[in-house]
Write a protein that binds this ligand. Structure first.
Ligand code: K7E
Ligand code: CUA
Length: 612
C-alpha cells in the first residue's frame, strides 16, 4: 500500500479556508494527515478488532437479511436510498424530487403531477414518522433544499406520495417530524432569507436584505398542507422536535442579515431558537397572523412570545436531542464547542423565570468544526467533526458536570465528515449498535474513477468503548443524512404488491377509446403479453396509455418502453401507471417490456403504428 495516501496541499485547498473565513477565526486543521491516513488504514485493516471490541458481526452472509433499514438522503441526486445495515448493500432507490428513467418517475402522468415540472432537488434530511418517540413505519419526510419543497414517502410502497411547495421561503433545510404523541406536524426551515412574499408584488425589497426573512414552517403530516409559518430575522438551519410534543427547535445564524460570507460570520453568538407549540396554536386561533401567499404567517422575531432565543456560539449547525429527551446538543460549526441545552429549563425560560442563556448547561470543546451529533443510548454522544475529520465520542454527564474535554474516543475518518448517525439514535430506543459516518471526500480510498470521485461512507462498530471502523463504502452523489431503523418496525408494513383500488384508473378490461384527437389506450400487462398486440393511431393524436400489471406474483414487474418516444416506466404487481404523448412521428414503433419478467420477456412487445 502506498505510504503517501493524502496530499496535504490538496487537503488545505479542499477546505478552502482562506480570506474571510480564516479572518473570521477558523483555525487550520491538524496537519499530520498522512499519519492520520496511516492510522486509518491500520484501523480498517484490523477491522476484525470490532468483533473483539463489541462482539457483533458486520458480515451479512448471502441470503441473510440485515437487521436495520437505512434510509439515506441522496443529496443533489434528489432521491432517497434504502440501504441494508450493517451490510451497506444498496437495496432500493426512491426517486423523490428527481426524474428516474428506470422506474419512469417524472415520465408517467402520476409522477408528473407530483413533480409539477421541477426535477432538480437536493435532499438533505430524511426522518421517519413517530408514535411515542419511536418510528411507526408509516412515512418518511424529506426536504428539497434546491426548490423549497418537502416530500412524503409512504413506506408500505416505499414511494413518494406527496410533495408540497413552500412559499415565502427558500432553501428548505432542517426538517423534522413531531415525535410525541405522534407525528401530526412536521417542521421545516429555510436556510436562506428572502423577501416575503418573494414575488413581483414585493419588488421594492429585492435589494434590501434588511427586509429579508427566514421561516420556520409547520406542515400537517396527514394532509401535507401548510399549517403556518413563523417569520424570523435569522437563517434557520437544522431542526429537531422534542420528545414531549411541546417544542420544535432550530439552530440559526446570520441575525445580522448579511448576504456575503464575511457578513454571515460577523456575529460571535447566534441562537438556538425554540418554538412554543401551544402558544403557536393559540396565536392561530386568536387570528394573530397575516396571510401571505395563502399561508398564515406568525411573527416569531425578537420580542415574540412564540419563540425563545438561546445564545450559542457561532453559526451553530446540528441540533440533536438525546434519546432520553433531556438534552439538545448544538454543534458549533465555527466554534469548536458543542452547547448542551437542558430541555427542562426551556419551560422556565419561556415562563421568564430564568434567562435563556441559563438553558445551556455545558459547553465542551469537541474539536474543530463540529457539525452533527448522534447518541448511543448509553449516555454518550458522538459528534462529527468536519475540519479534524473525526468522529468524537464523548460523555454527556461528564460534560454536564463541567469537564471541558469529556472525550471517550476520537476516531479518524476519511475524510471531511458531514452527518453521522447511530442506529435508532433519533428515537427513545437508541440502541448503540452501529454508527455511519457520511464523509464528503474519499480522495484516494477507492480506484480512481475520474475527477468526480465517490464519497465515502464508513460503518463503525459502536458497541465497544472505542469506535472501530469496519467498512468503507463508496457512494455516488451525495448521501447527506441517514436514519437507521430496526427491521421489525418496518418490514411487516412493506407490501409485496399494490392494492389495485389505490389506483382509480386501474384497467380491468382492455379497450381503446377515441374521442376527437384523443386516443386513450387502457391495457393490461400480464407476463408475457400486453393487452394489445398493436395499437393504431393517427399522426398528431394525443395518446394516453394506462397500463395495469395483473401479475400478482411477487417481484414480477413489467417495463413499458415506446421506441422513439422517450417513454419508459415500470409497473409492479397490481400497479397502474399512465403516460400521455403526441404521436408526432409516423411509422412503426415497437413497445417492449424493459424489465425482465418471464422466459418470453423478449417477446413481450407490441406495435404502435402511427399512420399518416
Ligand atoms: Cu450538515 Cu444539510 Cu444536514 Cu450538510 S447539513 S452536513
Ligand atoms: Cu414483462 Cu419483461
Amino acid at each position: 500500500m502506498s505510504k503517501k495516501r493524502f496530499n496535504r496541499r490538496d487537503f488545505l485547498k479542499t477546505l478552502g479556508i482562506t480570506g474571510a473565513a480564516a479572518g473570521a477565526g477558523l483555525v487550520l486543521p491538524r496537519t499530520i494527515l498522512s499519519e492520520h491516513a496511516q492510522k486509518q488504514i491500520f484501523e480498517a485493516s484490523t477491522a476484525h478488532a470490532a468483533e473483539k471490541n463489541g462482539g457483533q458481526s458486520y458480515d451479512v452472509k448471502p441470503g441473510q437479511l440485515d437487521p436495520y433499514y437505512g434510509f439515506w438522503s441522496g443529496g443533489h441526486s434528489g432521491e432517497v436510498r434504502i440501504m441494508g445495515v450493517p451490510s451497506m448493500r444498496q437495496l432500493h432507490r426512491i426517486p423523490v424530487f428527481c426524474m428516474d428513467v428506470g422506474s419512469g418517475y417524472g415520465i408517467t402522468n402520476e409522477s408528473k403531477k407530483l413533480l409539477k415540472g421541477t426535477f432538480v432537488g437536493d435532499t438533505h434530511h430524511v426522518h421517519g414518522s413517530y408514535v411515542n418517540g419511536t418510528y411507526d413505519g408509516k412515512w418518511l419526510f424529506v426536504n428539497d433544499k434546491g426548490n423549497n419543497r418537502v416530500a412524503r414517502i409512504r413506506m408500505d410502497y416505499m414511494e413518494t406520495d406527496a410533495i408540497v411547495n413552500i412559499p415565502n421561503a427558500q432553501g428548505m433545510h432542517g426538517t423534522f417530524p413531531q415525535r410525541y404523541p405522534k407525528t401530526e406536524w412536521v417542521v421545516t426551515n429555510t436556510e436562506f432569507q428572502v423577501p416575503v412574499p418573494n414575488d413581483a408584488s414585493n419588488k421594492a425589497n429585492f435589494n434590501k436584505p434588511q427586509n429579508y426573512y427566514g421561516m420556520h414552517t409547520i406542515l400537517d403530516a396527514a394532509t401535507m398542507g401548510i399549517v403556518c409559518q413563523i417569520m424570523l430575522d435569522e437563517n434557520v438551519d437544522l431542526a429537531a422536535c422534542d420528545y414531549q410534543g411541546k417544542y420544535s427547535m432550530s439552530t440559526s445564524y446570520n441575525p445580522e442579515k448579511g448576504v456575503t460570507l464575511a457578513e454571515y460570520l460577523a456575529a460571535d453568538s447566534d441562537y438556538l431558537i425554540v418554538f412554543h407549540w401551544e402558544r403557536i396554536r393559540a396565536a392561530l386561533k386568536a387570528g394573530k397572523y397575516k396571510t401571505i401567499s395563502g399561508v398564515r404567517v406568525l411573527d416569531g422575531r425578537k420580542g415574540s412570545d412564540l419563540t425563545l432565543r438561546i445564545p450559542v456560539p457561532k453559526n451553530p449547525h446540528g441540533i440533536n436531542i438525546s434519546p432520553d429527551g433531556k438534552y439538545g446538543v448544538c454543534s458549533g460549526k465555527v466554534s469548536p464547542t458543542c452547547s448542551v441545552v437542558e430541555l427542562a429549563k426551556i419551560d422556565e425560560a419561556f415562563a421568564g423565570k430564568i434567562k435563556p442563556e441559563k438553558c445551556v448547561v455545558a459547553q465542551p470543546e469537541i474539536g474543530l468544526g463540529p457539525l452533527h451529533t448522534t447518541f448511543d443510548g448509553r449516555g454518550n454522544a458522538i459528534t462529527s467533526v468536519f475540519i479534524d475529520s473525526t468522529n468524537v465520542k464523548w460523555n454527556l454527564d461528564r460534560a454536564v458536570k463541567g469537564e471541558k474535554k469529556p472525550h471517550v474516543h476520537v476516531l479518524d475518518i476519511s475524510y471531511q465528515v458531514g452527518h453521522i448517525m447511530a442506529t435508532m439514535a433519533e428515537t427513545k430506543e437508541a440502541d448503540g449498535k452501529w454508527l455511519v459516518s457520511l464523509n464528503k471526500i474519499s480522495k484516494d480510498r477507492f480506484l480512481n474513477v475520474g475527477p468526480l470521485k465517490p464519497e465515502n461512507e464508513q460503518l463503525i462498530d459502536l458497541t465497544g468503548e472505542k469506535l472501530v471502523i469496519v467498512k468503507d463504502e463508496p457512494a455516488y452523489i451525495e448521501p447527506h443524512d441517514v436514519i437507521m431503523v430496526r427491521r421489525d418496525l418496518v418490514e411487516s408494513k412493506v407490501k409485496h404488491r399494490y392494492n389495485m383500488a389505490d389506483h382509480p384508473m386501474a384497467v380491468h378490461k382492455n379497450e381503446i377509446v377515441r374521442k376527437g384527437n384523443d386516443v386513450i389506450v387502457r391495457m393490461t400487462a400480464n407476463a408475457p403479453v400486453y393487452g394489445f398486440q398493436e395499437v393504431k393511431v393517427k399522426k398528431g393524436n394525443k395518446v394516453t396509455f394506462y397500463v395495469t400489471n395483473h401479475d400478482e406474483i411477487t417481484d414480477l414487474s413489467h417495463g413499458f418502453n415506446i421506441s422513439n418516444y422517450n417513454v419508459n416506466f415500470v409497473v409492479s404487481p397490481y400497479q397502474t401507471k399512465s403516460v400521455t404523448f403526441t404521436a408526432d412521428k409516423p411509422g412503426v414503433h415497437w413497445i417492449y417490456c424493459t424489465n425482465f419478467c418471464h422466459a418470453l420477456h423478449l417477446e413481450m412487445r407490441m406495435r404502435l403504428i402511427v399512420e399518416v
